[in-house]
Design a protein. Structure first.
Length: 299
């Protein structure tokens, strides 16, 4: 069951990436991120306030957010800080890079999650995990060569560094999720993470973008902006639900969830007409195959 929930999460996450790219085209990055977070935070606020005022009603709807201790709030705030840092880097990178280039890089997230787990928990790789690791790195190296044809050098392009940084922070968040979800109610984690992200993003937007907004790309409202927050909220709901299952495996879930990058890749090929899509597609399949081997080896 948790695997099916992971697939739902992956599909919604892929659509979320499409809405991000659509919203960021010729638009200011920070306010787009702020309003997308605001749309999801509204949903979380309803759940938090409703749970306090009418707990029985929200329990019957399976949307009850229990009260938390100060220490639990601190741990959730740390998660919000990690995730928001990843999003800021990713949003800037997605605006300036082809979607067909971002997707394969994001697909390597389970690789870094696995390596992080090895470092933190001192596990050893089995044969299948080694095969997956080598396969993923090999196709990622081949993929990096396609950037040269589009004038993008991985070693010199700052947007590439930003998307890699976002991916690494996303992997750190996945490792932290495994720790926090088993200790704190999943809806409380998701809801309060959204609230804390909004508070943090309000400060970032107010201090970094608003004072100098006239010097940079102007902000344009697009209907896809609130859909970013909505689809991510739904994706995270299924993901946390799956992760809260004691039998769930973070390596496999992470791999399943990241397979959603196929959706924005197809969108880039069909609607954005990006370059070298066929070759990138082969490398993306190779990366996903390597990630699948790692996931199977983690069972």
């Amino acid at each position: 069951m948790w695997g099916v929930l992971g697939i739902f999460s992956a599909v919604l996450l892929g659509i979320y990436d499409v809405f991000k790219k659509t919203s960021l085209n010729n638009n200011a990055v920070l306010p787009v991120l702020f309003f997308s977070i605001l749309s999801s935070a509204f949903i979380f606020a309803v759940a938090i306030i409703g749970s306090a005022l009418a707990p029985n009603v929200f329990q019957s709807l399976h949307l009850y957010v229990p009260p938390l201790t100060t220490w639990e709030h601190i741990r959730i705030f740390i998660k919000a800080l990690i995730v928001l840092s990843s999003w800021i880097l990713a949003f800037f990178a997605i605006k300036h890079l082809p979607l067909s280039m971002v997707s394969p890089i994001r697909a390597t997230a389970p690789l870094w999650t696995l390596l992080g787990a090895l470092l933190l928990f001192h596990e050893k790789l089995n044969a299948l995990q080694w095969a997956g690791l080598i396969t993923t790195l090999f196709f990622f190296f081949l993929f990096s060569t396609t950037g040269k044809r589009e004038g993008i050098r991985f070693s010199r392009n700052k947007w590439i560094f930003l998307i890699i940084g976002a991916t690494l922070l996303g992997s750190a968040s996945s490792l932290y999720d495994k720790y926090i979800i088993r200790a704190i109610d999943r809806l409380a984690v998701q809801s309060w993470t959204g609230i804390y992200q909004l508070a943090l993003m309000l400060g970032v937007t107010g201090l970094l973008w608003y004072p100098s907004r006239k010097k940079h790309t102007p902000f344009q409202w697009k209907w896809t902006i609130p859909l970013i927050g909505l689809f991510l909220t739904l994706s995270d709901f299924f993901y946390f639900y799956a992760l809260s299952n004691p039998e769930s495996l973070i390596a496999i879930l992470s791999g399943i969830r990241r397979s959603g990058v196929v959706i924005p890749f197809i969108f880039a090929a069909l609607f954005l007409k990006e370059k070298n899509v066929k070759q990138k597609g082969i490398y993306l399949v190779g990366i996903i195959f390597g990630v699948t081997l790692m996931a199977l080896g983690s069972r």
